[in-house]
Ligand binder design. Structure first.
Ligand code: ZN
Ligand code: ZN
Length: 292
């Protein structure tokens, strides 16, 4: 079974250590759950999104079971949200769920959807959900939400900083389940638009672009760095160029090959309609009722 230590990005680990040192952080996490915000997000999903299953839009649901098997995790609940903006998120300490938007599903090829779901499963393995939920609450309801917890803006910036780094770890899980090139393609879609527009994109030029960004980011002079930092300080996700550069680099390491070797690969039969593992004894899938 793959463990966090096998794929965590060092900048994620360092940022999380720093975040946890902020006074009051453990308290806010506990209070966040006690206040019922987690249940609120869960209720939002049940109320406003479509819960996917072997018998509910199985053409989307079918992506989830094989990935959970490879990563040896329990299946989280899986939702589809109507939103033309491509997005996916995972929340919950006690009610774990993944949600993807209609815009994301429409924009991506099948293997790219796998990469996104594997990325979200990475958040579950790393137990990122609680802090991500807090960041989302602040983004949705405003910075004032933090005030009753006695936390100020620096906490928020540290939270966003860590969240950006946490994405890099989960891109690694996505690349382990699919490949660094599939993860790169997902980023091209997120930067440039649907598969129709970006189908023939030149990945090598994009990687060169990512290298150029790194050059600018690391250009000498503290002012330059400060300007670049200012550009991203309220973002929860790193730039696509950074994600492409990081995943292409990691894909060439022995860590990557080792992580790939830790996946649980079985030759079990899967239902073509819903993706569930099915017995070899009958012709119909016991989960969705379709022919295997
Ligand atoms: Zn993520
Ligand atoms: Zn089925």
């Amino acid at each position: 079974m793959i463990k966090t230590a096998e794929f965590i990005h060092p900048e994620d680990a360092a940022a999380l250590r720093a975040l946890k040192k902020i006074p009051g952080v453990t308290r806010i996490s506990k209070t966040f759950l006690e206040y019922g915000y987690e249940k609120m997000f869960y209720g939002q999903n049940l109320g406003a999104c479509i819960k996917l299953s072997p018998t509910q839009l199985p053409h989307i649901y079918k992506h989830l079971p094989p990935i959970c098997d490879k990563l040896e995790i329990d299946e989280p609940e899986f939702y589809l949200s109507m939103d033309p903006r491509p997005n996916a998120w995972t929340f919950g300490e006690t009610y774990k769920f993944i949600c993807v938007t209609s815009g994301l599903i429409e924009m991506l090829e099948d293997d790219e959807i796998d990469a996104v779901i594997a990325h979200e499963c990475g958040h579950i393995i790393c137990q990122h959900s609680l802090y991500h939920s807090i960041a989302r609450l602040v983004l949705e309801r405003g910075y004032e939400t933090l005030l009753p917890f006695g936390l100020s803006e620096p906490f928020l910036l540290a939270l966003f900083y860590w969240e950006r780094k946490s994405e890099l770890s989960c891109d690694r899980i996505a690349a382990t389940v699919t490949s660094p090139d599939v993860v790169t393609r997902v980023q091209t879609r997120l930067s440039g638009g649907s598969k129709k527009l970006t189908a023939n994109i030149n990945i090598n030029e994009l990687i060169e672009q990512a290298d150029k960004f790194e050059e600018i980011y690391n250009d000498k002079g503290i002012w330059n760095r400060a300007v670049q930092m200012y550009g991203i300080m309220y973002r929860t996700h790193p730039y696509s160029a950074v994600r492409i550069r990081e995943i292409q680099k990691w894909g060439k390491t022995t860590e990557y090959s080792k992580a790939k070797g830790l996946l649980n690969i079985s030759n079990n039969i899967r239902c073509k309609t819903c993706g569930k593992q099915v017995p070899n004894t009958n012709n119909y899938c016991p989960f969705c009722g379709n022919l295997k």
